[in-house]
Design a protein around this ligand. Structure first.
Ligand code: SF4
Ligand code: SF4
Length: 419
């Protein structure tokens, strides 16, 4: 295992972090606890020293599982990262209450890396107004948390604003060879690095989409490489090639993934990809882009929309569904990220056709028509009702179900609405 250094503290973290959001499941879709504990301990025994969890993962069960996996002296071998869920915070008191519950679940007296979860402009403003920066100061002073950071899914401007607003030790961003100019992107990576923040990368394989099965056109390009690598290995090596990246998080749930990823993270030094290899990756990226429905670069110039539409995010998820064919999974992300869980309502159907965005878009995209296409494809007529129900807590998420969508009846036996 190779290790990378947190610039502000000198802490040495494994280049591979264990993401605990996709742990192995039983046939009844609960965490296969024995197997998950075995996997986590195997990873630690082979050099992984960073575990990433959150209250939102596995419907609140991931943190408890991590706490149990770290018994028997495993706790001392790792840094735990977990997160404050902004959607559960209505007051400063809530923050205290939530973190105390997390310490209990994780069976620890401190959290090594504590993040504000899934920030974008709206929830950032809300948290600041509720006193989150003072909360972080106090938590650090008392030793409850050692390092403060945030995970991010907004636009580049907001990312820079948040980086500048506090003395963070680290941030967590979505980054892979398709998202170089989406969300924080490469510019965000550079900016965080210039401010001496450690960067933890999530979605290095776009939720597994880049790991295969890949579209045939992409497979042909990978086959041209003189070195045989799986699509997953190419994707991970691309991220690890960046010296600005401290830890690459991978949500692993199969033993073969864990051994493969550990091997890659033991070899992939920053800057180790050759120009020819980078050119190959660029061709794969270009091919994926040809399969895209919308040529949006994610620049964010069209934002903010007066009706609240998150235009680049709508296009990014629509493109994802088109490129990878797994429309149901993208429909699920579309619902949760456009107001179901993260931030305010921001889906394409909210567009009121004022036309302001089209005057600004440097790609001259017919945004209004494209948003109509997105809305027809990703939302259906019940979008508003589903967002409202999810926000009100009447529905629960069960991503483990094969349909990957939303169930009704929190606390009751779930009824799948899609069948
Ligand atoms: S045309 Fe629609 S998406 Fe564009 S700014 Fe106006 S309301 Fe927002
Ligand atoms: S301005 Fe155009 S290219 Fe940029 S994010 Fe908006 S729609 Fe995409």
């Amino acid at each position: 295992m190779l290790y990378r250094t947190v610039p502000k503290t000198g802490d040495h973290l494994s280049a591979l972090g264990f993401g605990c959001m996709r742990l192995p499941l039983t046939r009844t879709h609960t965490i296969d606890e024995e197997r998950a504990v075995r996997q986590i301990r195997y990873a630690i025994d082979h050099g992984v020293n960073y575990l990433d969890t959150a209250p939102a993962y596995h419907m609140g069960r991931s943190e408890g599982l991590v706490g149990r996996a770290l018994r028997d002296e495993y706790r001392e071998k790792v840094r735990i990262a977990t997160k404050l869920p902004p959607w559960s915070v209505k007051s400063r008191q809530d923050m205290e209450h939530i973190i105390q519950g997390q310490l209990e679940k994780l069976n620890t007296d401190h959290i090594d890396y504590y993040l504000l979860h899934s920030l974008a402009k709206e929830n950032w403003d809300t948290l600041v107004n509720l006193g989150v920066l003072d909360f972080l100061d106090q938590a650090k002073m008392s030793g409850t948390i050692l390092n403060a950071g945030f995970s991010f899914h907004g636009d580049l401007f907001t990312f820079r604003t948040i980086v500048d607003a506090y003395d963070w030790e680290f941030c967590q961003v979505q980054y892979n060879y398709l998202d170089e100019s989406n969300q924080a992107g490469t510019a965000g990576l550079d900016y965080a690095n210039s401010k001496r923040l450690a960067v933890m990368v999530m979605e290095p394989l776009r939720g597994g989409s880049l790991a295969g099965p890949v579209p045939p056109q992409v497979g042909e390009i990978w086959n041209e490489a003189p070195v045989r690598r799986t699509p997953a290995e190419w994707g991970l090596r691309f991220v690890l090639d960046h010296p600005e990246v401290t830890v690459v998080l991978s949500g692993m749930n199969h033993e073969s993934q864990i051994t493969e990823n550990i091997k890659i993270a033991g070899e992939a030094e920053p800057g180790s990809l050759s120009p020819a290899e980078l050119a190959l990756i660029a061709r794969v990226r270009d091919t994926y882009r040809c399969l895209m429905k919308v040529e949006c670069t994610g620049c964010g110039y069209c934002m903010p929309c007066p009706s609240g539409v998150n235009i680049p995010e709508c296009f990014a998820l629509y493109n994802g569904a088109s490129m990878f064919g797994n429309r149901r999974e993208y429909a699920f992300h579309y619902l949760t990220r456009h107001g179901g869980i993260t931030g305010d309502r921001s889906y394409a159907g909210l567009c009121r056709n004022c036309g302001a965005c089209e005057k600004i878009c440097p790609q001259h995209l017919p945004i209004q028509a494209l948003l109509k296409e997105v809305s027809d494809s990703m939302e259906g007529r019940t979008m508003a009702a589903r967002v409202m129900a999810l926000r009100s807590g009447l529905w629960i998420i069960n991503g483990a179900h094969r349909c990957g969508r939303i169930f009704s009846g929190a606390g009751k036996k779930p009824v799948c609405k899609t069948e």
